[in-house]
Design a protein around this ligand. Structure first.
Ligand SMILES: NC(=O)C1=CN([C@@H]2O[C@H](COP(=O)(O)OP(=O)(O)OC[C@H]3O[C@@H](n4cnc5c(N)ncnc54)[C@H](O)[C@@H]3O)[C@@H](O)[C@H]2O)C=CC1
Ligand SMILES: O=C(O)C1=N[C@H](C(=O)O)C[C@H](O)C1
Length: 266
């Protein structure tokens, strides 16, 4: 079987390191190159923790795609560069699998059009963990029966974006099935600005950042005399890797943008 040539952007990050391991250990995958801000022209094995991985490092993603026969880009970088990397990949005929969060609705529309134009698959997954996908699906189901919901997402304190991509996606999924509603007392006032969190179509999203946490989310529904809480916890980044593999295999098969693994997991 021919191997899938994969480029990873952000290989030394918390997620990138796990993704390197996944690609290295998967029989039909080949780590063709990495994109890193450091060590342009060197090898991944020059960095600590990548012994034996003599994979070329590029700092310029365009140069990487010009010199590498890549099928897939796995992007695990930052909101600031994720969009540029994804667009560049599609321009070079490379199918992106994007874990990086912080994409706007406009970004997604632009990428959807670019995928159509190029006839290429792309998977953007705000969360790769199967349990988190189920948590979002269960929350969407509960959203049909409860009008009031608060989303509390909890992450490590090195996270750049708030609210998390998962929290935004959860709110989007609930908004698809719920009548729009401004929650809480109509005259409620924030004594300290931000106390009620972010507002998505009347739902409130609260972002907790603490050292010691990894990635967690609780979706709380309430109605007269009852609450329902749906919670998911990722205790390590390995929890995301089966979803990354599913996303790679899907991006190779489809010719459109897939936003969210809930569209793949039935
Ligand atoms: N979809 C999912 O299931 C998950 C998504 N994430 C998202 O993935 C992204 C990465 O998360 P972490 O690994 O925790 O962050 P991290 O900060 O540990 O890693 C990011 C890496 O990107 C690198 N980077 C930044 N700019 C770059 C550039 N121009 N070219 C190449 N590399 C560049 C940094 O040097 C760093 O090594 C974030 O957006 C996060 O929200 C994180 C966990 C799970
Ligand atoms: O930055 C993280 O760590 C995570 N980011 C994703 C998000 O923004 O939802 C997925 C997961 O929650 C971990």
């Amino acid at each position: 079987m021919e191997k899938v040539n994969i480029v990873i952007a952000g290989p030394r990050g918390r997620m990138g390191r796990e993704a390197v391991k996944l690609v290295h250990e998967t029989e039909n995958y080949h780590l063709a190159a990495v994109v890193d801000r450091k060590n342009d022209g060197g090898l991944l094995s020059d960095f600590d923790g990548f012994l034996g991985l003599d994979v070329p490092v590029y700092s310029n993603i365009e140069e990487c795609f010009q010199k590498t026969d890549a099928n897939i880009l796995i992007d695990l970088t930052t909101p600031a560069v994720g969009m540029f990397h994804t667009k560049t990949a599609l321009t070079y005929g490379v199918r992106p699998v994007v874990g990086t969060t912080g994409f706007t609705k406009e970004d997604l529309k632009e990428l959807e059009n670019l995928c159509k134009e190029k006839g290429l698959g792309c998977v953007i997954a705000p969360n790769f963990a199967v349990g988190a996908i189920l948590m979002m699906k269960f929350a969407q189901l509960a959203g049909k029966y409860f009008d009031d919901v608060e989303i509390i997402e909890l992450h490590h304190d090195q996270k750049l974006d708030a609210p998390s991509g998962t929290a935004v996606k959860t709110a989007e999924l609930i908004a698809e099935v719920r009548e729009s509603k401004q929650q809480g007392h109509p005259q409620e006032e924030e004594v300290i600005p931000g106390a009620r969190g972010a507002n998505y179509d009347g739902m409130h999203i609260h972002s907790v950042r603490l050292p010691g946490l990894i990635a967690h989310q609780q979706v709380m529904f309430g109605s007269a005399g009852q609450t329902l809480t749906i919670r998911h916890d990722s205790y390590n980044r390995a929890s995301f890797m089966s979803g990354v593999k599913l996303a790679v295999d899907t991006a190779l098969k489809v010719d459109t943008l897939v936003y969210g693994l809930e569209n793949i997991i039935e």
